[in-house]
Write a protein that binds this ligand. Sequence first.
Ligand code: UDX
Length: 433
Amino acid sequence: MFARRIAVIGTGYVGLTTGACLASLGHHVVCADIDEAKVTRLNAGQIDILEPGLPELVAEGVAAGRLEFVLGARNAITQPDQPPVEVVFLCVPTPMGEGGAADLAAVQAVANEVRHLLPTNCVIVNKSTVPVGTAETTRKMIGRRDVAVVSNPEFLREGSAVHDFLHPDRIVVGSDSQEAAERVAALYSRLGAPTQLTDAASAEMVKYAANCFLAMKLSYVNALSDLCERLGADVVEVTEGMGYDRRIGANFLSPGPGWGGSCFPKDTHALLEIAKAAGMDFELVAASLSTNATTRARVVDKVRDAAGGSLSGKRIGLLGLTFKAGTDDLRDSPSLAVAELLRAEGAELYGYDPACPVDVPATAGITVVDEPLDMAKDAAALVVLTEWPQFRALDWTALAGVVEAPVVIDTRNLLDPDVLRRAGFAWIGLGRS
Ligand code: UDX
């Protein structure tokens, strides 16, 4: 394999994983961030995010001299006494901006900063999720005939980002320059993954198309679980039966308190805006979002019913605050969205999460505690919101001893109802008969 010199701009989940994994594939990678304290921490081997395998990979890359961290994009691209960088990955945030469209300020800022510094024939790769047409806009912004722009969307799940990078279902590389697309695809050749070379706009669209489809799949399952409950069917049985159909697949069929995280909410809103700007009302995506809101409200209905018809002044214990298990990320967490709705009805919230997230926003109104027993004390109901497997092993008999009313609303269908019943709890799942 041909080892390339690569700059990665942005060291969030995507950038840091990309940098560390590319270094592990043998490339020379210099990662840049504008946060000086973060760069210092990274150089000292401290990783801020919870991502299995990442600290080891970073340490390995640094020890092998193939991975380093610098302050600012400029320093990553103009390294004195080093051969020129050949590929620059943009891994900066593209958050939801005004009205739901993706905010490209960070991409633009980096493009402006580096356009005159890029070595001849270097390739810019956009890894962030950006609206269709951004590769073209970036190309114009850079305004260099000798610099090609490539779209190479990431499909990393938080909590398994390193695994997903090293064992991808596919690699999508889009560019209007065949040579540039091939150079980027070759970076991954050791992975032996199916690789699709396409045009830039299609590559940019793949990411939205995939994420919105997954969000739609989950909204479908969540609505289905509601119907199952009404009809006396069991959603676990129903999704098992569906999952055997290879056209549907068994993954991503678990109902929950609504979907969230750093990607699905922003990508669904962004695709709606993209479609609107193109004169199209993408009703399926809009319905997936409204179904997600209904799903959250349905959880609140269940908690209210369990608490005797009113939440006012009731203590409610929340199990799980992160948007899914295996991460400490609270961004757009369904748990926090449900918490806000519960609090709006006057509930007093106590939350416990094994990842001990430190930045729980005050708006959620949750008192975060370190012990499950403190979370459960005097609770009129307990609500499982995140599918942490650790919750199965809690001492449910001890928890039953401290609650005001022994009832669990399990929005992930995570716990064993028999274990709960033996411990003295009434167990209420989602879509279970
Ligand atoms: C997602 C995509 O999977 C990934 O390809 C993309 O690059 C970024 O967005 P991530 O946000 O890390 O990854 O989480 P994911 O595991 O996909 O879960 C998203 C949400 O769906 C979470 O709130 C999760 O709890 C929920 N979910 C997932 C369910 O409710 N049921 C399921 O069966 C699966």
